[in-house]
Design a protein around this ligand. Structure first.
Ligand code: GLU
Length: 388
């Protein structure tokens, strides 16, 4: 069958594909340590689950407004008000089925064929695919290991053309863990203002910052840059709510209105999940601090172990829950790239990692430490054995 042109180049998400392959191997009886998927291994905190139960018991089980319920939009507004002192209004907020859905909607309503969107490399696997699906052109902006993968305004400047419509900024970054310092965000915002380009700002890992790194939100620049600021966030990572599918957007009202319209004709978030998400934002945050402390413990362990393997180098991730070691020294004896390295590692010792090529950087692999310490110890022992 001839499928539409827009999906002809599309390949399934590599992060999800590697994880599915790991599950398949496990089901067939093989022992596999899965470092592939970026999904919290914690359960959703009880206070949030209870809200979900109550929503079901109270029959809050019908359609909601396509762009989300008022309570959840208000919770989002409150969150940014208390964190940054910025007053957003309800028409500036849309609730969607996860940040991935939010980002897809954005690409759908913002970009026409030929529009250029600057995409820092390494990038999260889904960004370029969504852009290509709507006919936009991703334009890569390189970040470097020796600079801890920090996105620099100077690198962005080099890639601007008359067709540049937006830049995607993801901090803390998936897959590198890079956290953009405030002074660099200042420069990026100044450049965007000067060039009149939109900033799509993915802050899904906003609370996952370590070692004294500080997350700088685009919201902090709202007094001068609100008209070109598009904030994307989610309940998935912070509150271990991946399966509830709740993400949200803060953007100029005309963008929100368009996305609300699109959602009214496509998918919109589940009623029960939205009620639970209200509690996630407004409720007790103790469980979040505990989870973050555990991620930090794992991060230190993983980075130390990786750097202890001769031939590997791993920049210290200031945020998110990924390590992104350089494995290019192992590109020999039939292993020519990050995909072959990952396949070899899975076959030799049953450790699943995501090849750097999926993120636009061939010399690396991504290791998610959103898995138990026990798994990390086991998997890193196996890696060390086979790599030394
Ligand atoms: N964002 C996570 C990851 O990078 C979840 C999987 C996905 O949506 O690609 O692994």
């Amino acid at each position: 069958m001839k499928l539409a042109e827009r999906v002809s180049q599309l390949s399934p998400s590599p992060t999800m594909a590697v994880s599915a392959e790991a599950s398949r191997l496990r089901a067939s009886g093989q022992e596999v340590i899965d470092f592939s998927i970026g999904e919290p291994d914690f359960n959703t905190p009880d206070n949030i689950k209870n809200e979900g139960h109550q929503a079901i018991d109270g029959n809050f089980t019908r359609y909601t407004a396509a762009a989300g319920i008022k309570d959840l939009k208000e919770a989002v507004v409150n969150k940014y008000q208390s964190q940054y002192g910025i007053e957003y209004t309800l028409p500036e907020v849309v609730i969607s089925c996860g940040a991935k859905h939010t980002l897809f909607n954005l690409a759908f309503v913002l970009f026409d064929k030929g529009d250029e969107v600057l995409l820092p490399v390494p990038y999260w696997v889904t960004f370029p695919e969504q852009l290509k699906m709507v006919g936009a052109t991703p334009v890569e902006v390189l970040t470097e290991e020796k600079d801890n993968f920090i996105l620099r305004a100077s690198a962005i400047k080099d890639k601007l053309t008359a067709r540049t419509k937006a830049i995607i900024v993801n901090t803390p970054n998936n897959p590198t863990g890079a956290v953009i310092p405030e002074e660099e965000m200042e420069k990026i915002v100044a450049l965007a203002l000067d060039q009149n380009i939109l900033i799509i700002f993915d802050e899904c890992y906003e609370y996952f910052v370590f070692d004294g790194s500080k997350h700088t939100s685009l919201a902090q620049f709202a007094n001068r840059a609100k008209h070109l600021s598009i904030l994307v966030n989610t309940a998935s990572k912070t509150y271990a709510m991946t399966g509830w599918r709740i993400g949200y957007l803060i953007a100029p009202p005309e963008i929100c209105k368009a996305i609300g319209g699109v959602q009214s004709h496509s998918a919109n978030p589940a009623s029960v999940s939205q009620k639970a998400a209200v509690e996630s934002i407004l409720g007790d945050q103790d469980s979040v601090s505990k989870m973050i402390a555990e991620y930090d413990r794992r991060r230190q362990y993983v980075v130390d172990r990786l750097n202890g393997i001769s031939g590997l180098s791993c920049a210290n991730p200031g945020g998110a829950f990924y390590a992104f070691p350089n494995v290019s020294n192992y590109f020999k004896n039939g292993i020519g790239n990050s995909l072959e390295f990952s396949q070899w590692l899975l076959k030799e010792v049953g450790v699943a990692v995501v090849p750097g090529s999926a993120f636009g950087q061939e010399d690396y692999v991504r290791i998610s430490f959103a898995t138990s310490m026990e798994n990390l110890v086991k998997g890193l022992d196996l890696m060390e054995n086979v790599l030394t």
